[in-house]
Write a protein that binds this ligand. Structure first.
Ligand SMILES: Cc1cc2nc3c(=O)[nH]c(=O)nc-3n(C[C@H](O)[C@H](O)[C@H](O)COP(=O)(O)OP(=O)(O)OC[C@H]3O[C@@H](n4cnc5c(N)ncnc54)[C@H](O)[C@@H]3O)c2cc1C
Length: 464
């Protein structure tokens, strides 16, 4: 970078949010002078920890509309690239032992706003449902199928516990490769550089920002200080978004909570490879021996493990039908943390997590218990921050001072929402018409305390 170089738009953060924003600024609105600043390699911080699942199911129609838009955009990219982003559409299976699921159905009705999208499958011969299970990422099957028939559940999801009484199968859902999505967007942006100076990656950590007629962004690049000037600043710094806002004298209502995953080689093939992402909705007390339970109860730090833990433990095959690995997660942590620089040696990585998540997941897929205390050598335990608002909605739009924007608080849905979030942030920068969800997903929503209270009451339901 030349000293005091000037660009039109500077984006802080080369995670999926910053990259998608640059992509739509360039592709949709034709902005020609964009710099993407990061001291880390692109897609290497939170965006490297994602489970890469997507869904259009939310307990509120605004988030349903927003993620539907993102899925449309991901499908466009899948189509244009011969599915380089490895988009799969096996759905999300939400499983419960409860017989009575009226509350879940009313959440679905609130989220989809269309009861014809909710199909109850009560017979064991639900032919159109069974035939639709093999459809591709561009399938027209939407809404949800609610499986109430034990035989239908057992036949289609043989690895699930026989105690499961109801399955909510969300159909516009599945997984993608977030890394491929980011890489595709970066390559598209870089390919334009031959014609004029359109897009540039800048290596450096933002250490200070001044604002007068323009933004003067001070960068540290391995000890050397440089300044980049920009008319417009976009804060896409993920868990560090509040730090960047602080440099501008602004505050953002974003907190960080560390969440973990494990992935391992399913050498015993206990999870059939065509199983969708499965979530256990029921809270549970983990299965310990009496002796183990006694010693947990006596340990102040670990006593919670002997008590009831909220639902949400999940598992899915990773790497497609020919792959061998499975991924498990459980976002039960609620403690706030300050984001650390180094996620690999992260002090919040809990040494007991593998055992906890395996015991939890085994209550939904009993054969997984074969791995409790016996995880295969080829395994990976990792984690990152859910950078989130209390209501668990993103913040995309203008912030203070003028000509600065934020695309953040993407919590556990930032990969699936990246396309729509990037497009929305780019639309704010461009000015003009905005989508119907724009105002509610921006800082404007905090002008409506009653609405925020309502959202916070249903926030837990969106944490899968
Ligand atoms: C365990 C886990 C599982 C998840 N599973 C899913 C899932 O299944 N589906 C899904 O859609 N989402 C999932 N997510 C969420 C998703 O990964 C995130 O929402 C998304 O990656 C956030 O992207 P980002 O670009 O906002 O942040 P990041 O990827 O963190 O990018 C922010 C970038 O900003 C840079 N930065 C910060 N400060 C500075 C500075 N001062 N100067 C320069 N650069 C700076 C950082 O280096 C970083 O590269 C999961 C997250 C976790 C932790």
């Amino acid at each position: 970078m030349r000293a005091n170089e000037k660009v039109e738009i500077a984006i802080v953060g080369a995670g999926i949010a910053g990259i998608a924003t640059a992509y739509y600024l360039s592709q949709k609105f034709g902005f020609r002078s964009i710099s993407l600043i990061d001291h880390r390699p692109a897609m290497s911080y939170t965006s490297a920890q994602s489970g890469d699942n997507y869904r259009n199911w939310w307990p509120h129609p605004t988030m349903t509309e927003f993620t539907n838009r993102s899925i449309d955009l991901m499908q466009d990219i899948a189509q244009a690239t011969d599915n380089r982003i490895m988009m799969m559409r096996r759905g999300y299976v939400l499983a419960t032992r409860r017989h009575q699921i009226d509350e879940l159905i009313s959440d679905l009705e609130r989220g989809y706003q269309d009861s014809s999208l909710i199909r109850i499958q009560e017979s064991d011969n639900a032919q159109s449902y069974i035939e639709s299970l093999g459809e591709s990422y561009s399938s027209n099957t939407v809404g949800v199928d609610i499986l109430k028939n034990k035989e239908l559940i057992a036949e289609n999801f043989p690895s699930l516990s026989q105690e499961i009484r109801n399955i909510i199968h969300v159909r516009r859902a599945g997984d993608i490769s977030g890394q491929q999505l980011g890489q595709f967007m970066l390559e598209t942006l870089s390919a334009k550089n031959h014609s004029s100076d359109i897009f540039r990656r800048v290596n450096g950590r933002v250490v200070g920002i001044e604002h007068a007629n323009e933004y003067r962004i001070h960068l540290d690049e391995e000890g050397a200080t440089k300044t980049l000037c920009a008319d417009i600043l976009i804060n896409a710094a993920g868990p560090f978004a509040t730090h960047i806002a602080g440099m501008l004298g602004a505050e953002l209502p974003i907190k960080n909570i560390f969440q973990q995953k494990i992935a391992f080689e399913d050498r015993l093939t206990v999870v059939p490879r065509d199983t969708p992402y499965c979530v256990d909705l029921d809270s549970k007390v983990l299965a310990w021996t009496d002796e183990q339970r006694q010693s947990l109860t006596e340990d102040e730090q670990l006593a919670w493990l002997a008590k009831e833990i909220p639902g949400g433990v999940h598992c899915r095959p990773d790497g497609g039908v020919r792959g061998k690995w499975v991924k498990l997660g459980w976002a039960y942590n609620t403690n706030l943390s300050e984001p650390m620089d180094d996620l690999v040696n992260e002090p919040y990585l809990d040494p007991y997590f593998s055992e906890i998540v395996l015991r939890g997941a085994a209550s939904l897929q009993p054969a997984l218990s074969a791995y409790v205390d016996k995880l295969p050598e080829r395994q990976h335990h990792y984690g990152g921050y859910y950078s989130m608002t209390e209501e668990n909605w993103p913040i995309v739009g203008p912030m203070n001072p003028p000509s600065s924007f934020v695309v953040g608080a993407l919590s556990g849905f930032g990969v699936m929402a990246a396309c729509a979030a990037g497009e929305l942030c780019a639309s704010h920068v461009n000015g003009g018409e905005l989508p119907s969800y724009a105002s509610q997903l921006s800082l404007d929503r905090y002008d409506h305390p009653e609405f925020i209270r309502e959202l916070r009451q249903i926030a837990d339901k969106s944490l899968l």
